[in-house]
Each structure stands twice: as C-alpha cells, then as structure tokens.
Design a protein around this ligand. Structure first.
Ligand SMILES: [Fe+2]
Ligand SMILES: [Fe+2]
Length: 179
C-alpha cells in the first residue's frame, strides 16, 4: 500500500470509529439532552473540518485529479459518484447544523443517521473499489509526492496541531459514551 492511499484509509478508520461513538449516543438508555447536544455540536465541527474539508478536500483536490489524469472517468464514472456523495454529505452537515441552532436533538439524530449511512457505504466503495484501483495505478514514489501535497493541504485547511486536538476530542467522547 502506497503512502497516500494509506493516509486516506487511516482517515476512513477514524471516521468509522467516530460513527461507533455516535451509535452509542443514539442507543444510550440514559438520555442526557445537554450532554448529547454538546456532543452533537462537537461532532458537526469534526465532520465539517476533518471529514469534509480535510479528508474530502484531499480526495477532490489531489487524488481524484491524479486519477482523472490517468484516465479514470469522472462524469458517469466512479469519481463522479464519489463527488456527488460528498455533496450530499455537505448538505446533511448543513441540516445537522440547522437542527442544532434550534436545539432540536430528534431532528439532529435523523440527519446524523442519514449522514452515517451515506458515509459508511461511501467509504466501503472507496476502500474496495476506487482506492484499490488507485493503489494499483499510482506508483509508491508518486504516492509519496501526493502524500506531501496532502500534508500541505492539511496545514492550510485545518492548521498545525488541529489534527491532534481532534484526536484528543475523539478520546474524550469515548470516555463520555464508554465507546
Ligand atoms: Fe470520498
Ligand atoms: Fe474517503
């Protein structure tokens, strides 16, 4: 596995792990609305910064462009489908954010479930199809170069140290929901 694809796979693991914490919140028998609203707020921030701007940003701005240059189709092909799902994800993040403005936890939960289900199947398709193909057609040397571009993207989009903060936040959620 080349370095660039491995980096994106690691981010998928982090996102999927966060969904297991979300599942705990959704099924928790002791409902604490203040705790759940607070988590929901932090979750929306995480999804916007880490899943969308950082992770989807790397895919759209760097990996998918490289794949297109190598002949993988966008319109009507796998890249187009992935881009469309990123758009749907963004719309759902906006809806979750609106739900929180009116402190509507029940509406938030429904949109969060939709988002989780969308992303779970999206990640599965990337892992099994697009990334497997990408790893075959992009050499390890080229992937080191792409990985450096990923690092630069991360630096401009989320800034130095934010990645670590987000990981610390995930850990705090694990304790909160015993995930
Ligand atoms: Fe994606
Ligand atoms: Fe992805």
């Amino acid at each position: 596995m080349g370095k660039a694809i491995q980096d994106l796979l690691n981010e998928h693991e982090a996102i999927l792990h966060v969904f297991t914490i979300l599942d705990k919140m959704l099924t928790s028998s002791n409902v604490d609305e203040e705790r759940d609203l607070n988590f929901a707020d932090e979750l929306v921030h995480f999804l916007r910064i880490f899943a969308d701007e950082c992770h989807h940003g790397k895919e759209e701005g760097i990996l998918f462009k490289e794949l297109e240059n190598r002949g993988v189709p966008n319109k009507g092909g796998p890249i187009g489908v992935m881009l469309q799902e990123h758009v749907q994800g963004r719309q759902l993040i906006a809806l979750m954010s609106e739900d929180l403005l009116s402190a509507d936890l029940e509406a938030f939960k429904l949109h969060a479930i939709e988002y989780r289900d969308l992303l779970r199947q999206h990640i599965q398709k990337e892992n099994e199809i697009l990334f497997t193909l990408a790893d075959q057609i992009i050499s390890d040397e080229k992937q080191v170069e792409l990985f450096e571009q990923f690092e630069a993207h991360e630096e401009t989009v989320i800034g130095h140290g934010v990645h670590e903060q987000l990981h610390a936040q995930i850990h705090a959620w694990e304790i909160l929901y015993q995930a």
